[in-house]
Structure formats: C-alpha cells, structure tokens
Design a protein around this ligand. Sequence first.
Ligand code: ADP
Ligand code: MG
Length: 370
Amino acid sequence: ALGYNQAVKENKNLYNTLQELRGNIRVFCRIRPLLHLESISSIEHVGNDGSVMVCDPVKPQSTRKIFQFNKVFGPTTTQDEVYKETQSLIRSVMDGYNVCIFAYGQTGSGKTHTMCGPSGGLAKDFGINYMALNDLFNISTSREDVKYDIRVQMVEIYNEQVRDLLNIRASLSNGPLNLPDAKICPVQSPSDVINLMQLGEKHRASGSTAMNHRSSRSHSILTVHVNGKDIAGNVSRSSLHLVDLAGSERVDRSEATGDRLKEAQHINKSLSCLGDVINALAQKNSHIPYRNSKLTQLLQSSLGRNAKMLMFAHISPEAESWAETLGTLKFAQRTSSVELGTAQANKESSEIRELKEQVDTLKKALASKE
Ligand code: ADP
Ligand code: MG
C-alpha cells in the first residue's frame, strides 16, 4: 500500500510539473510588410509550422538561418488572424489566469501596430489591446453564472521612471513601486476603453516634445484587472498585462551621447532583465531576478510560474535591418526554446506513462489481495 501511495504522489507531482511546463511561455514572430521605398527583404521563407528562414540579402549563402517559434505570422497576416491565435490565451483571464503579452522588436518593426493598430490609432484595424477588451466584455455579458468587474490601468516606464498615464499629476517614481498605486479606472464598455486609451496616449505625448521618440524609448503597459464572482460566492481575480516594449535596437555607442545614451542603457538593461526573468522561470530557478529592473518589478505578480506569457517578436524585413532582425530572432529563440523543447516534454510524459502503468499494476495487486 505504501508503494501505491508513493506512486500516486509521484505521479501527481510529475503531472503538476508537466502542466506547469506546458506552454506557459509562447513566442510568436510577426513580420511586417515591406513599406514604401523598401524593396529587398531578408525573409526567405515563412513556414506554417512556426519556422522562418532568413538571410542577409547581401550575402545570402553565408548568413542563411532557420528559426523556430510557436507561430510565425508573415507580412500579409491581418490583425484578425493574429488576434484569433491570441484569443484563447486572453480568454483564460476570465477563468482566473494571469496573462502577460509583450510586443518586442526594434523601432519601426510593428509593435504598436500589433498592440494598438496602425500608427497607434484606434479608429480601424484594431490591435490586440482593443480586441482583447472587447472580447472580455463579450464574455462577461454572456455569462449569467458569473458577475465580472473589469478595470484598467495604463503606465509607462521611461528611463526607469514610472508614469501613470491615466493620472499624470501623480508621480509614481518616488513611492513604493506597485501597480496598484496607479489610477485604476472601471470600464463598462468598449467605448470606455477607447476613451481611456486615447487619454493615455495624449498624456504620453504631453510629457515630451518629440512624442514619437519618447514612445519608442519607453515601455507602455496596459493592465486589465478582472474580478469575477459566481452564484456560489466564489471569487476569482486575475490580470492581463499588454506591454508595448521600448525599441530593442542597439544604439551605436560612438554616436549616442547624453540623453540618447542614457535612454539606450536603460532600455538594454530592462530588456535583458526581462529575458533573464523569463529564462529563470523557464529553468525553474529558485531565484527569479525581478528586482533588477522596473519593468520586471512592476510585472512581478504576473510574471510567475502560474502566469501565461506570450511574446510577439517583431521583425522589420528590409535588408538594412538585418543586424537587428538577427538580434530579435536570437533573443526570441532563447526565450522560447528553453521552455518549449519538445524533448523535455516527451521525457516527462513518458515518465508519467510509466508511473501510470505502475499505479495500475499496484491497484490490481491491491484488488486481488482484498
Ligand atoms: P513600432 O511600434 O515597433 O515602432 P509601428 O507599429 O509604429 O512600429 O510600425 C512602423 C510602421 O510600419 C508604421 O507605419 C506601421 O503602420 C507599419 N506597419 C507595422 N506593422 C504593419 C503590418 N503588419 N501591416 C502594415 N503596416 C504595418
Ligand atoms: Mg511603437
């Protein structure tokens, strides 16, 4: 009987581990189309299995490489198609999961297009931010057994300083660093959300003379808090973080000085900290280095083993961006491969199968004794 209990316990532990491993971190790659005046692409092939083949068009033979992700969206992919692949993850927020979605990539690669829509506008061709909230509202009104309460916050991080975009009078940089300190706004409808996003964008622009510059050098975080209460009185609390990261491009050290250099250093640091946290989570390290950047500190509660994470790695296909493209693909590959190595998952599942067989044998042995 002791062996049986032990086997069941181990089986359960392994099963939990497997559940944790399964797809908590996903990486999608999105390639934007060539824009006006861009003609030569570094993208050679987009597979429908999540692979992408790239090369430096100047010397294709020696630079050709294949990268593998959970999914690759080619240049003709529509916003709807991208959202369709993200929807189930977003919907799981309504079941009590914490979800983080990041848009990563160099400036001009399409991060804001994916999250907000064309040139940050909300008028048409909506991005994930709006579609997600719309979806959450739809679910909340369709469920009669659960009552949901949805609220949003919007902050930006610029040079390791946090600013509340829904209440610019309040400076968050001196207080303790917690998202709850930022103004939290209840929303009842998609139009409430549009109004708040526009307010946030306006505030974001007002802090600097060159809005475009500022927005590419800061991280912006839209947080959606969902509280649910069912008829039996059970409550669930979860959050969805939608993060438009600062441009990941390397700034030429010999050219950047003063403010530009400072910005670049802050961005490099926070993006590499994000990578470190994700890798530490994936490798199940006991220490997760959240404290090393404001970004990871702020998202700590949602960057955990029980949270689901999705990173969109954005690629500018034009030949001149080759170095940055390669950098983004390598960063994203590192983020995805640690966790999603199929070999690892197979190993776990075969162990579980073995244990299940053991349990069955022991059960039969027990039954025959009785
Ligand atoms: P980022 O936020 O990464 O700096 P943007 O989202 O502002 O980049 O995109 C840069 C330019 O490319 C914009 O003019 C945008 O409209 C265009 N663009 C980006 N992604 C796409 C896409 N998938 N389809 C069409 N145009 C795109
Ligand atoms: Mg942008």
